[in-house]
Design a protein around this ligand. Sequence first.
Ligand code: 6GU
Length: 459
Amino acid sequence: MKLHVLTLFPEMILQGLAPSIIGRAVEKNILSLEAVNIRDYTLNKHGKVDDYTYGGGAGMLMQAQPVFDAWKAVTGGKRVRTIYLTPQGIPFTQKMAKELAGEEELVFLCGHYEGIDERVLEEVVTDYVSIGDYVLTGGELPAMVMIDAVARLVPGVLGNETSAEDESFHNDLLEYPQYSRPEVWHEKKVPEVLLSGNHAKISKWRLEQSEARTLKFRPDLYEKYREKQHLIKRLSKDKRNNIHMMESLSRGRGEVLYSEGENLIIFDREAATCMMTAENEETARKLSEKLPPETKWVISNQNFVKEVLESLGYGLWGSCSQYLYTAKESLPVRYKEIRSLKTEDVPYVSSRYEHDTEEYIRERIQAGDMYGAFDHGRQIGFVGLHTEGSMGLLYVEEGYRRQGIAESLEAYCVNRCLEKSRTPYGHVMEGNTASEHLQEKLGFYKASRSVYWLSGGKG
Ligand code: 6GU
């Protein structure tokens, strides 16, 4: 990712970020960061970049010419995403950070004094962003805040383990309290449960702590969380058929785009996937108009929804059986050489798994959601979770099949899900009897309705 900052204080940006994790990523060439001094572009022979405002009023304004020429020097006049940092902008959020992390190149424009001449803003700025309801003396600190929040989401900027943590099921809640050594400090003991080694119990305790904190410090977030929990509870009345939606919501990934009785759209932004149910054909038609244009996949387990979407130009990719594992007990894993995959394992996986792109595999591995089987250190298979939460991505090398390795990989994946208090589930292509047998052998239950995966549509 390429980052450019247009500023009157370039050293503030460079020196501010250099010692940080972001600075390290720049050194490793994962990011490029350039700070351009707007003053270098003024045509005024005294180096002036500001002047009085027309119409009167206190203070000086940054003039259009040097800002425009600095921007043009950086972008070559191309319409690169250009963010103007201003208290008048829309509030910066994690959601916005995620979206910006997908860009190849970003320009940050930092204002000073009373702001910048409106005419140049109209020509170059694509996004007006504020970092909160308070006034700062300039846009440099806000730009650094945004760069930190966006860049840490770029693959490779953080280590493997850290990024995996990022996607915890606590997404809608504030973090729980954490403890490190020593066990006793100032006569305060680390909570007993954290020393128990019981992952399910620890998850439960952390969730309770997160809930209590959110209620206390962020009642606004807590209210949203409760509405979601309410919906999850309603869906749980038919858990086998609804587990895909329940998991999407409880992992904090699915946003409720629409909810009114049976009419429901859940959107997983990162997976660009909508999960949709409708009361009848007519409401299905209405709901389909609400699908966001960036939707790549729609999942539904209603035949009439499938038909409505097909009539609208969506293509049926597959009909699947939905399987879920409802027991709390972990499964025995007979094959012993299984571990989490790392970035260096990407080439192996992507060369053997033709259903998805290398980019997708890399993202899945970096999210900490893929596991591999090895024979004396050489990889022979893998399994993982898809972005929207279903188990899949299963492969075992030719010479190693029919030895229960796929079963062990799936069991291993189930156990990791249980540790995170997730309900393991998966979609098996209808007709794939080998996979159906495996699900049943592991103790999965089959949902009564088929799940349809549809692609395309408006996009
Ligand atoms: Cl983006 N700029 C300035 N100058 N002040 C701010 C801000 C931005 N966000 C909050 N306060």
